[in-house]
Design a protein around this ligand. Structure first.
Ligand SMILES: [Zn+2]
Length: 400
């Protein structure tokens, strides 16, 4: 049961995130190189707005090479707090390609990007609006989908960030991963890209890029853009997640760019010879760091005396028992984590994943949630103690 220190810290974290978002925007935009660029020989650049005249107006960039090749769509800013994703997509929009067509929507949810939040000003999570087989429900999602289905891309790459590392359990976060559609080409491209980028761009082995399949049609989360692209259009689709905490923005943007480039190299840069599946990797003699046995993580300050205990996450609802009965749509429930405990330390972070988004993007000892109109919302609480040990608890709020 922590006092002011905790919520204070949560507030500071949030503020830092918003400030960073501002810097990201300023750094990345602002260099509009037009057709005068000599790299642009053999390509045509075009751009147009969607949702024009509204506060959701955003720009679609289309670069077409003279040489035939596949059509690739790259999207960023579907979640406005995932800065490296949209910062990288802004750079991708300026790429000079050798073949094919590159369509970029760097700031898909520009309201969320401007706010520095995951969702827009109405709480809409854009990456839950793309249900396969149906028209998207929001105007913005429909406008984005109209562009994507018009171009009918061979490949779709959607750039995101996460506050945790994917360890085969999305509850811990989904950072440093490439999620892919289930066709062989996509599976292979993801694996080769993860391997290539890890070997060339990642120093810390705990941050190696991993791969995983998307959630299946009948599992949460549903309505991801990549789902619809893969299932309605047959695109090779990839959702890229970098770790957004403890890594500077430039590094994260660099990872996104390297991954995107590798995923599409075969198609858009056929002459470069940097295609991910070229066997340039016959050097398995990586200096494996034959443990100088003092290096076993760097968290070893005082933690190794006698089997430190992990914290215990506990969610209580106000009103009590809200997870055990049917709720009214629109009803507000307070979730209280103050009964969580940390026997061998202090809890320093309370992180929440509301609605099974696979991302812990709310913080605070207590939060309030509004029960959605549609059926069931899972909420996961993760507590982190001052040695980085974690535990999770989850509940489901249901209207049925
Ligand atoms: Zn995201």
């Amino acid at each position: 049961m922590q006092g002011d220190g905790i919520s204070r810290r949560a507030v500071l974290t949030t503020t830092a995130g918003c400030a960073l978002a501002g810097i990201g925007i300023a750094t990345v935009s602002g260099q509009d190189d037009d057709e005068s660029n000599e790299d642009d020989a053999g390509i045509t650049r075009d751009s147009f707005p969607i949702m024009d005249g509204t506060n959701r107006e955003t720009t679609v960039h289309v670069t077409t090479a003279d040489a035939d090749g596949p059509t690739v769509v790259v999207v960023g800013g579907i979640h406005g707090n995932e800065v490296a994703g949209y910062a990288a997509a802004e750079e991708v929009a300026d790429w000079a390609i050798d073949a094919g067509t590159l369509v970029t929507i760097p700031r898909a949810d520009t309201v969320a990007v401007d706010r520095g939040t995951r969702t827009d000003d109405e709480g809409v999570d854009l990456n839950r609006q793309f249900h396969e087989g149906d028209d998207p429900e929001t105007e913005l999602a429909r406008a984005i989908w109209a562009v994507i289905s018009e171009y009918d891309p061979d490949v779709v790459v959607d750039l995101h960030e996460s506050r945790g590392i994917y360890a085969d359990d999305p509850v811990d976060g989904v950072g440093q991963a490439i999620f892919h559609s289930s066709n062989d080409e996509a599976v292979n491209a993801a694996a080769e890209t993860a391997d290539y980028v890890t070997r060339n761009y990642v120093d810390d082995p705990t941050r190696a890029f991993q791969t995983g399949p998307f959630s299946r049609p009948d599992n949460d989360p549903q309505g991801l853009l990549v789902h619809k692209a893969a299932r309605d259009l047959g695109s090779d689709a990839f959702l890229v997640e970098t770790l957004s905490v403890d890594v500077d923005l430039e590094t994260r943007v660099g990872w996104h760019l390297a991954i995107t480039e590798q995923l599409v190299a075969d198609g858009l840069f056929p002459e470069d010879g940097t295609a991910p599946d070229e066997p340039e990797e016959a050097e398995p003699d990586e200096p494996e760091e034959p443990d100088e046995d003092e290096t076993d993580e760097d968290a070893s300050d005082d933690a190794d005396a006698d089997e430190p205990e992990s914290p215990t996450a506990t969610i209580k609802t106000v009103p009590e028992g809200a997870d055990e009965r049917a709720l009214e749509p629109g009803q507000t429930i307070e979730l209280d984590a103050s009964c969580s405990s940390a026997p061998d330390g202090d809890i320093v972070d309370y992180e929440w994943d509301v609605g099974k988004t696979d991302e812990f993007d709310e913080t605070g000892e207590t939060i309030t949630v509004t029960v959605g109109a549609n059926a069931r919302d899972s909420v996961v609480l993760r507590v982190v103690d001052d040695d980085g040990r974690t535990d999770t608890d989850s509940i489901t709020l249901s209207t049925e």
